[in-house]
Design a protein around this ligand. Sequence first.
Ligand SMILES: [Zn+2]
Length: 532
Amino acid sequence: MTKERLFIYDVTLRDGAQTQGVDFSVADKQQIALALDALGVDYVEGGWPGANPTDTDFFADRPALGKAKFAAFGMTKRAGRSISNDPGFAAVLNAPCDAVCLVGKTWDFQVDVALEIPRSENLESITQSIVAVKEKGREPLFDAEHFFDGYKANPEYALECIKAAWEAGAQWVVLCDTNGGSMPNDVHEIVCEVLEELPGIRLGIHAHNDTEQAVAVSLEAVRAGARQVQGTLNGLGERCGNANLCSIIPSLMLKEPFASRFETGISTDQLKTLTRASRMLDEILNRASGRHAAYVGPSAFAHKGGLHSSAMLKDTRTYEHVPPESVGNRRKILVSDQAGRSNLLARLADAGIDGDAKDPRISKLLEDIKQREYLGYTYDGAEASFELLARRALGEVPDYFEVDSFRVIVERRHNALGELTTVSEATVRVRVDGESYYNVDVGHGPVDALSSALRKDLGKYSSYLSDLKLTDYKVRILTAGTEAITRVMVESKDGNGVRFSTVGVSENIVDASFEALVDAIYLKLLRDGAKP
Ligand SMILES: [Zn+2]
């Protein structure tokens, strides 16, 4: 039986950007767009060109996506204006992209109260806008705002609106549960009714999570006949969030009746990158991962002790609804030492390190990691520090250099022009091959100054460090044991564009940063095969 195709449309960069406390930079958007493309979604919506400087800049330099279509979001043309006289509409229309999704009103109440225009004028505006997108050579999508509420209030008018869009050439009509209050069952019924009234129309679903049912609403819409699903990574979105693609995608691919009836553009191998994509977004946002998130959460496949874990050792299906590897997650058995060891071996294999379960150095490393995690280290987002720790335990890391001391001064003063400036200066004493180096440098801040001073002269190793760049720096205050401590994550990039993260923990933020910086340099030397 040939499977019917479902399309995944991601709105992380538009709706997700509306989340309280989320503020994507252009670089963040680039990174997320590429990750979504690699995951295999069909559409990556970049945002609303012309609506804010970030989105405008992001569209000016559109990401080089492989398979995914790059979409712009905008609004149907303003009432009372011609298309050519609507600069907001023009910004969306002219943005470099493959598809344009236009939001329009479909609820009579919204047309009367919010737009205050005759209902027929709203229909006109929908038709003309979709036609304009089509004529521009972009794929038009119509985002039917408040569709379910509108349909309940006035089904004839709601249908007229989406019919106008469909007949004007929209490739998809996306039914939105904008206020997020619809029940899955109602959505199922309404989607069925729409398909009866407008046979052949291609429907999408865009649900918000205000009753914690956005995923269920989306799946019900698919069961009823919608063939495009919109959502965000990790369910990011304003208020209670959007439909969570990290839950919807695996449910569509691994659960019945969907798995047998449908296929998505995502392969089973790509599905294995889902957890990574989810964690990457958390890292960009500097947030802890949702521990109990379905499928991708760090605890989604964590088992604690007793009967439970002994049954798990016999057959994992006893307590797991799907294999964790299918979504790129990992099983965690929290108390069994043996399982901890197999976890560790799996992590070592990931880092390209062969470990032997019987090797006493592996037991020692396991204890070390447990102790360090207790102290506040985390190796989930800091693979480079993990690799270093593991290779050190196995005796594979030479003592390239030793740091004798460092000092950082931050001075705030008036410069010659009378302007207030803050200057950071760092000095670092290091020893390489028994020879002492005394490095001094300045930087934009204390960490930057330290990083520059540390690398300024490392003798025979200096040449390895010229292409090493610090690309990101994140600080989190946490409580480990009983104390408040600081965890710093540093992301570095080498000349080949390979990024890696290191971690440092201390009561002192500068100390923690320095530890992460030293790890980054060590790892660079190690990977480049520098000879001690
Ligand atoms: Zn939305």
